[in-house]
Design a protein around this ligand. Structure first.
Ligand code: AKG
Length: 258
């Protein structure tokens, strides 16, 4: 899938892009089924209690279609074009979100770039938990100026902070630069969100160090769940690009969960 210059400009300046109906209704049916099977397989007792956020990897045998999206040209090729270079597929996972997600970016470092594709298997709007993003907040100085405390800084409730609201139907996908500030308000207690995440393949010491630091955090989260981040299913994918991702992560000492 080849992006137009306009799409690249939009992503560069505003930090996100929307693809309407990137996944077909038939694909979303499979997505929805595998999503629940994959997430529930990580829950003792097999059922989300709706009390706290649950996230789990979807890079396993319970969710082969979802896992394969990381290799799919609609995602991997697009990530390469958005970052303008080779990328590394880092994560395919899913969340049952509970209530609001407050404003935050996904990275503490602007030394590396990365993108996150968000897939919501249920229709969402501004009042029931649609993702919101602050356009242009992926770049400094704006990125660092934004305050998490909207009440004190802007005299605004979190949900009143100026933003783009991603109203979506199943099959719509939003991709954002992980430095972009984002949030969601008004969702129910099992709001489903799937993601596919790619980091740039680093070619400076600063980017490599920032990625290694981020990956240590990622692995810690899996270690707490008692599982490796990258299991046998993900490692066995027979695809040249996929195997390069694994080799490169190993070189960066970021493949194994210790
Ligand atoms: O609640 C949401 O939909 C946003 C989740 C989020 O913060 C993220 O994907 O990084």
């Amino acid at each position: 899938m080849k992006l137009s210059q306009q799409q690249l400009n939009l992503f560069s300046d505003f930090g996100f892009l929307v693809f309407r109906q990137l996944l077909s209704p038939e694909e979303m049916e499979v997505y929805s089924r595998e999503f629940n099977a994959g997430l529930d397989s990580w829950i003792d007792g097999g059922k989300h209690d709706g009390k706290s956020r649950h996230y789990a990897s979807l890079m396993e045998e319970h969710s082969p279609f979802i896992s394969s999206l990381a290799d799919d040209h609609r995602f991997a090729d697009v990530a390469e074009q958005l970052l303008g270079k080779d990328v590394l597929a880092i994560a395919v996972d899913g969340n049952y979100h509970v209530s609001d997600t407050l404003w935050h970016p996904d990275t503490g470092s602007l030394d590396y770039t990365a993108v996150k594709f968000c897939i919501y298997p249920d229709p969402l709007n501004g009042s029931n938990g649609a993702l919101r993003v602050i356009p242009g907040s992926h770049r400094d100085p704006f990125h660092s100026q934004i305050s998490r405390d909207s009440e004190t800084s802007y005299n605004l409730a979190q949900a009143e902070v100026p933003s783009y609201i991603f109203e979506s139907r199943p099959g719509d996908v939003l991709v954002f630069n992980v430095a972009l500030w984002h949030a969601a308000f008004g969702g129910n207690n099992s709001r489903r969100q799937g993601v596919v995440v790619y980091y740039e393949d680093p070619d400076t010491p600063e980017a490599a160090a920032a990625i290694q630091e981020q990956m240590r955090g990622n692995h810690r989260a899996f270690a707490q769940k008692g599982r490796p981040m990258y299991g046998p299913y993900w490692r066995s994918v027979d695809d040249v690009r996929h195997q390069r991702w694994l080799r490169r992560l190993a070189e960066l000492d970021s493949l194994e969960t210790h």
